[in-house]
Design a protein around this ligand. Structure first.
Ligand code: ADP
Ligand code: TRP
Length: 320
């Protein structure tokens, strides 16, 4: 069974990325042959600074490895080290109806807001389909917001198979219910583009401040709070440590604890739960040759598989 997922190097990774995609992906690496990559081609649709792209790419590599991606089990690589995926993107694009892409929220949301979009952003789901199909992927662990893209991938693969004969494996998205949508410090979905993130790795003081600034209502501590499950700090605490989160939810429900103490607990739980990863990240940062070696070895393995599937598609469609 092949498991595949990607993450864009478009900014510092946050708890939404970790609980929505990285942790499930890391757990799945035990269950089959996992391919995980840094989607640097995808980042070109929204990030135009070369130095920033290089820096972010390295950061994603460090973050993912520090969080537990095991290069002995998973094939870890940079998307653009397998340029075959661009050829397949072209082939798939010729079978992709315009309407299918016009319905994709990434494009639809931007145009609705009057933001000019480039062709790359419009064609983004086709590149993602190529990413998935070129490795014969069965399972794609992603957060809720990427589900539509995996469905588009399935549509395109079915169409190709109907047109040119059985070529691609039809993939399934895998979305974890409880952490499908981690809220940010403002209550909206946590996202790099909303400026509401709690980074996985960052400066302690800045992050503590961010957590302590989460807005609460004006009820007194003693007042029982039957709606404690709606409290943002509780929701985040439950994502980080379900047991402790439930305990504080019950305490809040009964009345007693103050919001300041709750937020302190939230910060501590978060900070402690990444202590080992922080240590690991510092070690990796001091050993960049090792990190680059992992990506190079991963790219070589991924490329071999990609070449095989691409060849199949070229033959099926009459290019060869
Ligand atoms: P962002 O919205 O911050 O730009 P990406 O679109 O790069 O994040 O998402 C990378 C991965 O992390 C995807 O699989 C996505 O579904 C997941 N993800 C991002 N934000 C969240 C969130 N708030 N809750 C759950 N999963 C998320
Ligand atoms: N679009 C995904 C995101 O923004 C990243 C991505 C690119 C991806 N290609 C993929 C995820 C293939 C899963 C499979 O999060």
């Amino acid at each position: 069974m092949r498991i595949l997922s990607g993450i864009q190097p478009s900014g510092a990774l946050h708890l939404g990325n970790y609980f929505g995609m990285m942790r499930p992906a890391i757990e799945l690496q035990e269950k089959g042959e996992a391919f995980y990559f840094i989607a640097d081609y995808h980042s070109m649709t929204s990030l135009f600074d070369p130095a920033e792209r290089r820096r972010n790419t390295l950061d994603v590599a460090l973050d993912f490895l520090a969080c537990g991606l095991d290069p002995k089990r998973a094939v870890f690589f940079k998307q653009s080290d397998v340029p075959e995926v661009c050829e397949l993107t072209w082939m798939l694009g010729t079978l992709t109806p315009m309407g299918l892409l016009e319905r994709c929220t990434s494009y639809k949301d931007k145009t609705a807001k009057g933001i000019p979009v480039n062709h790359g952003l419009f064609a983004y789901p086709v590149l993602m389909a190529a990413d998935i199909l070129i490795y014969d992927s069965n399972i794609v662990p992603v957060g809720q917001d990427q589900k539509q893209h995996v469905e588009v991938t399935r549509d395109i693969a079915i169409k190709f198979n109907e047109q040119y004969g059985q070529t691609f494996v039809i993939p399934e998205p895998q979305i974890r219910g409880e952490t499908a949508k981690v809220p940010g410090v403002d209550g909206e979905k946590m996202s790099k583009s909303y400026g509401n993130t709690i980074e996985i790795f960052g400066d302690e003081k800045t992050l503590r401040k961010k957590v302590m600034a989460i807005k609460m209502d004006s009820r007194t501590p003693a007042e029982p709070k039957p709606d404690a499950d709606q409290n943002l700090a509780i929701q985040l605490l439950k994502v980080i440590d379900p047991g402790v989160g439930q305990e504080w939810e019950d305490r809040l429900r009964a009345g007693g604890p103050g919001y300041g103490d709750l937020k302190k607990k939230l910060f501590e739980s978060y900070w402690e739960s990444f202590a080992a990863a922080r240590q690991k990240r510092a070690e990796l940062l001091a050993n960049l040759d090792y990190v680059n070696g992992i990506l190079a070895a991963g790219a070589a393995k991924a490329r071999t598989k990609a070449a095989e599937v691409l060849k199949r598609a070229r033959v099926a469609s009459g290019l060869e």
